[in-house]
Design a binder for this molecule. Structure first.
Ligand SMILES: *Cc1c(COP(=O)(O)O)cnc(C)c1O
Length: 395
């Protein structure tokens, strides 16, 4: 047998973390990395945050799992909290981002079915999107690397150019029931939607009886400096998928919807064995306790301004390598003039973890609790990596 016991679907790097503390990860030999990846925008309170750890420990000892066959006071109170904090009237809890998208897609389908328009089953999505790895969510993107080997995929989606409102308008026909879009594309290369685009999609949806589904799995929960990214665009969706940051490291997601959009989601239409289990609910409550503290988002915005400025100051010293900084809040992208994956690999040996994204972007997704000294350290380590990188890049 040549296949590894662990199904070989990841090209894993050499880093082998065994312990985390705040904004740092450590391996068994005590090697340290500054973690500006946060498990891909997940550990938004860093590693080992006492309030989050305490909440999970307490809940684990009290009640870990029951079933959605029974009433769940923990789900009710978290749903009430999310409803109070957002546009939404109702929430379904999932275990992951892709599952939150599946529920969002089903909610849109069920809405049109229940309101007498079952022919409005198609959803318009946008190029370089990432919505997950399930069969439905890979069919919602045009990224070849996600689709290859799994075609034919259902034709429930039509993929259009991102930030092109005219193309979106032109694509609307009788089969279209919704738009699905990330306010800030993550995997696609930290590309924020333009205000005209997102506002325009909202207007088109209203005018044509479509639903607007936002994927805030990566950009939500304080990451961009507001609780949800769409707040900065002055619009609200009908349906929103969240995950990643909301559990702070515990696997959990949610589909949030307005009462109208959830018209079709009646008893028996959806379910999940684990979704919303008490342990997940405790983790989310703990994360929200911290993120909704009055000064928390101001801190995210202050750190964002400082990190962006520090990165921009670094660029002229390495202008053969670095191009520009983009993004919102602490969801920043450093655009390179060469392959970002190679630089991310190289930077690890200088003690900093980042994530490569599309369009040769290095994603900087630090824990939202970073302080100024982490920013200095980030720039020092990236600069050192860049200095040592130039000869390799030329070779
Ligand atoms: C990570 C991500 C997903 C998928 O989440 P999983 O928990 O990996 O299923 C979906 N959409 C966006 C924007 C993401 O970044």
């Amino acid at each position: 047998m040549t296949i590894s016991p662990l199904m070989p679907v990841y090209g894993r790097c050499e880093v082998e973390p065994v312990r985390g503390d705040g904004c740092y990860l450590y391996d068994a030999e005590g090697r340290e990395w500054l973690d500006f990846a946060s498990g891909i925008a997940v550990n938004l309170l860093g590693h080992g945050h006492p309030h989050l750890v305490g909440a999970i420990q307490k809940q684990a000892a009290t009640l870990m799992h029951t079933s959605n066959l029974y009433k769940s006071p923990a789900q009710v109170s978290l749903a009430e909290r999310l409803v109070a904090l957002t546009f939404a009237d109702t929430v379904f809890f999932t275990n992951s981002g892709a599952e939150a998208l599946e529920c969002s897609i089903k909610t849109a389908r069920a809405y049109h079915y229940a309101t007498g328009n079952p022919h409005k089953y198609r959803i318009l999505t946008f190029s370089n999107a990432f919505h997950g790895r399930t069969l439905a969510t890979i069919s919602a993107t045009d990224q070849e690397k996600l689709r290859k080997g799994f075609e034919p995929l259902p034709d429930w989606f039509r993929v259009l150019p991102f930030n092109d409102l005219a193309a979106a308008e032109a694509a609307i026909d009788e089969s279209i029931g919704a738009f699905l879009v990330e306010p800030v594309q993550g995997e696609g290369g930290i590309r924020p939607a333009t205000p005209e685009f997102l506002k325009g999609l909202r207007e088109l949806a209203d005018r044509h009886g479509l639903l607007l589904i936002l994927d805030e799995v990566q950009c939500g929960v304080g990451r961009t400096g507001t609780l949800f990214a769409h707040e900065q665009y002055g619009i609200t969706p009908d349906i929103m998928a969240i995950a990643k940051g909301i559990g702070g490291g515990f696997p959990v997601g949610a589909c949030l919807a307005t009462e109208r959009a959830a018209t079709g989601m009646v008893v028996g239409t959806h379910g999940s064995t684990y979704g919303g289990n008490p342990l997940a609910m405790a983790a989310c409550e703990a994360v929200l306790d911290v993120v909704t503290e009055p000064a928390f988002l101001a801190h995210v915005n202050e750190m964002s301004t400082r990190l962006r400025a520090a990165l921009e100051q670094m660029i002229p010293n390495h202008d053969d390598l670095f191009d520009h900084v983009r993004g919102m809040g602490l969801m920043l992208g450093l655009k390179l003039k060469s392959d970002s994956r190679a630089f991310v690999n190289h930077a690890r040996s200088h003690g900093i973890l980042t994530v490569a994204a599309g369009d040769n972007v290095v994603r900087l997704l630090p824990p939202l609790i970073i302080e100024e000294h982490h920013i200095r350290e980030c720039v020092d380590r990236l600069s050192a990596a860049a200095r040592a990188y130039a000869p390799a890049a030329a070779a």
